[in-house]
Design a protein around this ligand. Structure first.
Ligand code: GUN
Length: 292
């Protein structure tokens, strides 16, 4: 079994990005600039955004954090989005999700200029990705594909089971795994809460990508010996032995599944760190006009 070390790969990619930024700056070009909009004080969102701002520093980017309280109106947020769309000093930006219930998340996403949508959530980017056109690919699926590529995991003709059909992970990663590309060219089955015989599908999988948000869902009896396991779950589970009071739990019963696999991603330290460096990569692409 080989552990897929997302932290190590993410550090390598951030160093590659920082080197490219240093070259840009040496040529007299400005640093890439990522802005993030954070509404309210959700613990998970605060942590994610703090990591994104820190990664900007590591990559030599400029970053701007725009904060609003939970009672922000939809019109105020649309105003912020319109200003970021117009601001030539901002190459790309994200609006951290989830947003408070009174805000129509989809309306906000669709107001973002697709050329600055480094999260790859705008329907234009989603649509372009699904037909293989240049676009911003959303960070978690892009990070998963990069891990498979850097570890030389053979996906061609393999049976890949994706657990979960979210717009952020399940749907886009299924689309990327079936594309005529390397990695890609897999035969993909997407399973979700209405799938009967889900365990049977998993047992036939060469690759399982688990993105359900249900701690320990994938158990050893669901895994074919030699399978590749990509665990996207990051659920906070109460743990009084931790200073924070919680630990991150993946969707896979790691201790019992790992001995069976050819490759597996741990949680934490697998897909998570890759997500942030994909966002950095997208921002660099936006700054250098390499997508649009
Ligand atoms: N919430 C959870 N993951 C993400 C992400 O990748 N981007 C944004 N904007 N919000 C999120």
């Amino acid at each position: 079994m080989q552990l897929i070390d997302g932290k190590k790969v993410a550090d390598e990619i951030k160093a590659e990005i920082a080197a490219e930024v240093a070259e840009r700056v040496a040529r007299g070009e400005r640093r890439p600039h990522l802005a993030a909009v954070l509404v309210g004080h959700d613990g998970g969102s605060e942590t994610y955004v703090a990591h994104k701002v820190k990664a900007c520093g590591q990559c030599g980017f400029e970053s701007t954090l725009i904060r609003r309280e939970d009672d922000v109106t939809e019109e105020e947020l649309l105003d912020i989005v319109a200003r970021l769309n117009e601001d030539p000093s901002v190459d790309g930006y994200i609006v951290q999700l989830p947003l408070p219930k009174h805000i129509d998340e989809q309306r906000i996403i669709e107001a973002i200029d697709p050329k600055k949508d480094v999260d790859g959530f705008h329907p234009v980017n989603v649509g372009r990705m699904s037909i293989g056109l240049p676009c911003f690919v959303s960070a978690t699926p892009a990070g998963i594909m990069e891990l498979l590529k850097r570890y030389g995991v053979d996906t061609r003709g393999k049976h890949c089971v994706v657990l979960g059909r979210s717009n952020i992970v399940g749907k886009p990663v299924a689309s990327l795994m079936m594309q005529k590309a390397v990695p890609g060219n897999a035969t993909v089955t997407v399973c979700h809460s209405a799938t009967p015989d889900l365990k049977e599908h998993c047992r036939r999988a060469d690759i399982i990508i688990a993105a359900l948000g249900q701690p320990g869902f994938v158990t050893a009896d669901m895994v074919k010996p030699g399978a590749v396991i990509i665990d996207v779950g990051t659920t906070r589970v109460a743990d009084s032995s931790k200073k924070s009071g919680f630990r991150l739990s993946g969707d896979v019963d790691f201790d019992n599944v790992a001995p069976l696999c050819s490759y597996i991603t741990p949680v934490p330290g697998g897909v998570g760190p890759m997500t942030i460096c994909s966002l950095m990569r997208n921002t660099l692409l936006a700054a250098s006009g390499r997508v649009y």
